[in-house]
Write a protein that binds this ligand. Structure first.
Ligand code: KG4
Ligand code: ZN
Length: 391
């Protein structure tokens, strides 16, 4: 089963081809991030316009090495996301499904993120140089930034090359029941998957998503957009224990809240420069020193990550899943990977950070499982977007 996945829910225009829900045949991502940087966040109209311009070239490139005749089905994100952005992907996928006469599968973006963890290999085709399996050299392990206890390094040697990109993939697919921590710019959720399409939402955020908190704290400290990677980078030079920041205390075990932490960083930054709550947040960055910014980033990151890891450990102990996976843009965060590996007693195999942020591969992978397990395809003449779709 070979599926083309199309993703356009936010600022990435992405298309990928996946075989049997396990093997990556191509993966193309075009991000309009640079166009939004000046505004400090995604501008929906600019994102939608960029999707219109790039979606056909992106799909062409993803299909090129495989060929349309080999593609069995098309999968597309129909929600959640920005309306204008989703429309471009869905209308393109509908048109292609009709003209190329392929079944069309409608994919929930957040559910899709989890399926990035099912990809364990990359195809061998004439345009692809493949190295696998191979032992990573010490320098490769350190450059891949994956720092693990020695005992877990063996499970992290599933290294592949697709075009110019190297992928470090799990050596095997996760096993049900799967506990999934989904952490992105729009979502913070703990979900228990008993099987494909059979899952329970254990809890989610009451206010901001964790990625949103990373982005807002980056803005306060004057670090460049997107905030997550900038905070992670600044945190490397900072002291994670320099500042005390609060962890939200909710009476429900698996819910999250990040708006209090974000406000606490704002108040702390005002206090550090000797001002009070009336000092405008957009002027803070110029008054903070490099060291103060790095320490704020490191202290915030430690507490934000601890918050999600605490709840994941709690859910792990209660539900005893066979596998734990992380998904969504914040799953690229190395501090999250380090803390989870330290505290969850089973080996966790993380997927490549490139497959954590928005991509077409996760959409194609879930599309494969839908097709292989006999899920009814969508009607290409009527499929609509659902910007507020939930799990
Ligand atoms: O999944 P994603 O690409 O888009 C959404 O579906 O939201 O996630 C984007 C989010 C942004 O908030 C970004 O700042 C965050 O993921 N992010 C990170 C890292 N890389 C991306 N957060 C923390 N550490 C990172 N390394
Ligand atoms: Zn996403």
């Amino acid at each position: 089963m070979i599926v083309l996945g199309i993703e356009s829910s936010c600022d990435e225009t992405a298309a990928s081809v996946v075989k049997d829900g396990v093997e990556l045949l191509s993966n193309v991502v075009f991000s309009s991030m640079d166009l939004h940087a000046a505004f400090g966040g995604v501008v929906p109209e600019i994102a939608a316009r960029s999707h219109v311009e790039s979606i056909i070239p992106v799909i062409d490139q993803a299909v090129q090495s495989v060929g349309w005749d080999k593609i069995d089905a098309i999968a597309v994100t129909y929600g959640a996301g920005l309306g204008g952005s989703l429309l471009v992907g869905v209308m393109t996928a509908r048109t292609l499904a009709i003209t190329k006469q392929k079944p069309l599968y409608a994919i929930n973006h957040v559910e899709g993120h989890v399926y990035a963890n099912f990809i364990t290999k990359v195809s061998v085709n004439p345009k692809t140089e493949v190295r696998n399996p191979k032992q990573m050299t010490k320098s490769e392990i350190s450059t891949s930034n994956i720092k693990h206890q020695k005992s877990k390094i063996n499970s992290l040697t599933n290294l592949w090359q697709l075009g110019d990109e190297t992928y470090v993939l799990p050596s095997e697919q996760p096993q049900f029941p799967i506990l999934a921590l989904i952490v992105s710019g729009g979502h913070s959720q703990l979900v228990l998957f008993r099987n494909h399409f059979d899952y329970t939402l254990l809890g989610q955020t009451r206010d901001d998503a964790i990625g949103e908190a990373f982005d807002k704290v980056a803005k306060i400290t004057g670090l460049p957009y997107p905030g997550g990677p900038s905070i992670a980078e600044a945190a490397k030079s900072g002291d994670p224990n320099k500042y005390k920041l609060p962890k939200s205390k909710l009476d429900t075990p698996y819910e999250f809240s990040f708006s209090g932490l974000k406000t606490a960083v704002l108040r702390l930054a005002q206090e550090i420069i000797g001002e009070d709550y009336r000092f405008p947040s957009f002027k803070l960055a110029e008054r903070l020193s490099e060291t103060q910014k790095n320490d704020l980033a490191a202290s915030f990151q430690r507490v934000a990550i601890e918050t999600v890891v605490d709840k994941t450990v709690l859910a792990f102990n209660e539900f005893q899943p066979k596998s734990v996976v992380i998904a969504g843009g914040v799953a690229a965060n190395q501090e999250l990977r380090r803390q989870l590996s330290d505290r969850i007693p089973i080996g966790i195999q993380y997927t490549d950070p490139k497959l954590c942020t928005d991509n077409g591969a996760m959409i194609a992978t879930l599309g494969c499982f839908k097709a292989m397990l006999g899920v009814e395809p969508a009607d290409p003449y009527t499929l609509q977007i659902e910007p507020n779709l939930s799990m």
